[in-house]
Design a protein around this ligand. Structure first.
Ligand code: UDP
Length: 328
């Protein structure tokens, strides 16, 4: 039985990975400091003997008894609002946290996969983004704490691979959505659906011409799993190339939810990337992977999930503060 450590296990992606590795017959060691994660996402696994949970911050020294085959480092805040609220933790988890995980991987002879991001491309000048593109990142802007930590994470991972011979994998994750996203984390999809459910207008930032390409979580997890099992150490984009403007996206959510509210326009946050679309040629050729779930199907499942949450979740105010993050 393979033993896998998943950091950020109580988060959106981490919890889906826990499910996948349990399904694959692995022993899952889940770790989370619960700053942005939620135990509800994994509580159904606690009864399993092949599942254990450590309440621990990976930025601090990690001790895991016994053998380890895989480490999946998915701990990190992942929404621009979160980076604003907890910038130091955001920097630490992908720098110190990655260093600790790599040290553990080296000590245990484990293979390690890190969750990198399309944010390493910044506000990209190459479109769609290929893995060869080095990016256009503002190191000192509000997103810098995330973008630069993720870039450092890739660098130290390649260094451990080259210098220590650790088996490493790097996935660059593009915008992903699905059940267990945090309803109030400020990201566009939960923001729009939450607004529709509360009967509020949908807030489009800027003029809404910026683009994103949204991947359904099951597709992403499949791509990540294939990458882990591959022998490819360089970064691979995983995402859905189906690109859409944020205005069009708001219209889709209005249709999906049947809300009678309208779109209102707000200021564009600083350094908000104008376009984002993955080139997935590498994933196609190396992993024989491409997304299968189209946006209509994925959004329906995600909407049903958000609808099923208790009202207190819907009305929990944990953000709504883009202050200091708006272009003056
Ligand atoms: N956005 C928006 N309204 C919102 C939240 C986000 O128009 O209520 C925009 C945001 O400015 C960005 C896009 O939606 O252009 C995606 O934002 P998100 O925070 O989901 O993720 P990002 O891809 O920017 O990291």
């Amino acid at each position: 039985m393979k033993r896998v450590l998943i950091t950020g296990a109580a988060g959106f992606l981490g919890s889906h990975l826990c499910d996948r590795f349990i399904k694959e017959g692995c022993h899952v060691i889940a770790m989370d400091n619960l700053i942005t994660g939620n135990l509800k996402n994994i509580e159904h696994l606690f009864k399993l003997k092949e599942f254990e949970f450590y309440h621990h911050d990976v930025s601090k020294y990690i001790h895991i008894p016994g053998e380890l085959d895989y480490i999946m480092h998915f701990a990190s805040p992942a929404s621009p609002i979160d980076y604003l609220k907890i910038p130091i933790q955001t920097l630490k988890v992908s720098s110190l946290g990655t260093h600790n995980c790599l040290g553990l991987a080296k000590a245990k002879g484990a293979r390690m996969l890190i969750a990198s991001t399309s944010e390493v491309y910044g506000d990209p000048l190459v479109h769609p983004q290929t893995e060869e593109y080095w990016g256009n990142v503002n190191p000192i802007g509000p997103r810098g704490v995330y973008d630069e930590a993720k870039r450092f994470q890739e660098a130290i991972t390649m260094a451990y691979h080259r210098y220590h011979g650790v088996e490493t994998r790097i996935v660059r994750i593009f915008n992903t959505y699905g059940p267990r996203m945090r309803l109030n984390d400020g990201r566009v999809l939960p923001a729009f659906i939450g607004q529709a459910l509360r009967g509020e207008d949908l807030t489009v930032f800027g003029n809404g011409s910026q683009t994103r390409s949204f991947c359904y979580v099951d597709d992403l997890v499949e791509g990540i799993y294939r990458l882990l099992l591959s022998d490819y150490a360089e970064p691979v984009n995983i995402g859905n190339p189906d690109e859409i403007t944020i205005s069009q996206f708001a219209e889709e959510i209005i249709k999906l939810t049947g809300t009678t509210q309208k779109v209102i326009y707000k200021d564009l946050p600083v350094d908000d990337p104008m376009q984002r679309q993955p080139n997935i040629d590498k994933a196609r050729s190396i992993l024989n992977w491409e997304p299968k779930v189209n946006r209509a199907e994925g959004l329906k499942i995600t909407y049903d999930y958000f609808k099923s949450l208790p009202d207190e979740e819907l009305y929990k105010k944990e953000h709504n503060t883009f202050e200091g993050y708006i272009k003056k």
